[in-house]
Design a protein around this ligand. Sequence first.
Ligand SMILES: NC(=O)c1ccc[n+]([C@@H]2O[C@H](COP(=O)([O-])OP(=O)(O)OC[C@H]3O[C@@H](n4cnc5c(N)ncnc54)[C@H](OP(=O)(O)O)[C@@H]3O)[C@@H](O)[C@H]2O)c1
Length: 329
Amino acid sequence: MAKNKTVLVTGASGFVGGALARHLAGQGMTVRALVRDRAKAAYIDGVPGVELVDGDLGHELSLRKAVQGCAQVYHVAAALGGSPDHQTQVNVEGTRLLAAAAAQAGVQRFVHVSSIAIYGFGRSLPDVITEDTPPAPSNYAYTITKRAAEGVLRLIAAQTGMAYSIIRPGMIYGPRSNPWTVQMSALATRFPVIPFIGDGRGHIAAVHIDDVVSMCALAGEHPSAAGQAFNCAADPGVTWRDFLTAYAKHSGRSGRWLGIPTGLVRLFMPLVKLTAPAGSIVKDMPAVLDHHLRPVVYSNEKARRVLGWQPHWPIEDGLTDAAAWLASR
Ligand SMILES: NC(=O)c1ccc[n+]([C@@H]2O[C@H](COP(=O)([O-])OP(=O)(O)OC[C@H]3O[C@@H](n4cnc5c(N)ncnc54)[C@H](OP(=O)(O)O)[C@@H]3O)[C@@H](O)[C@H]2O)c1
């Protein structure tokens, strides 16, 4: 990893961006950390090598200023919820403004954090999803806008010659992960049993935060990463049952499973779907349910082959690390 470079990390007040900003600074880079609200940036504020800069994906001038003199841009910021219009503004139009500003400023590599959500959900998807798998149709605004953001970046890169790489993480767990560590551990430990839909033999595409960070860092530097997208999720897959049971066991629980019959859930689905807000994940039911009941693997063979990336954390050890962080809070 080349030292003494100035790089920009967006979403630096968030979970992934904060971890990435710290990692890159630790590698000797000067990290400009784009934040909207400094009060939310305590995790990176004052870290040697990290400089907070104010900016918003909706404010073009702030982005133009932020990218000046940067060798690389790590675009992590996104809206992970909110109305479809809001997600379009932040995820699609924000990426457009940032990528255009980066290209104009002569940024050498634009690393875009996307998501495996771009593939969508459903029976039409194969059991092993590679970077070439065509996405399934979706009504879920996050999926749609993250997919569109990739398209916008590719277009700007084609028009300007800016080199880019796309990382598509799965469910990112580990220290500071709210949905996949704090919430999942709560689900696994709130009751004497783990209540979950079905037998839990379907897969969760889990990945430890450190492994996402290391893949992003490699994608920023590796010559063969240019113009490429990389999945970043458990391969081989891990079952929901093993994932949740590990959290339960780390908390001293039995990890006994209470499978809610899938037929019962399907019965209520039409009503739930009807009343769900536009663009919510529920609008993609029952495809989402079917997907999570299947042993789907998002192959990371390409990242291993092209980048020489290796996940640091086997799932059992990664969950032990996550549990240790939970216990330390
Ligand atoms: N977490 C996962 O499991 C997961 C899985 C796959 C992909 N991803 C992707 O990873 C990236 C980071 O996710 P995360 O989990 O770290 O989310 P997060 O903790 O919610 O962080 C999102 C970041 O984006 C910033 N942001 C939102 N709107 C912005 C705007 N208009 N201008 C500038 N910054 C804005 C937020 O700033 P504020 O602090 O000011 O709100 C925050 O720093 C996203 O691109 C997401 O799609 C995450």
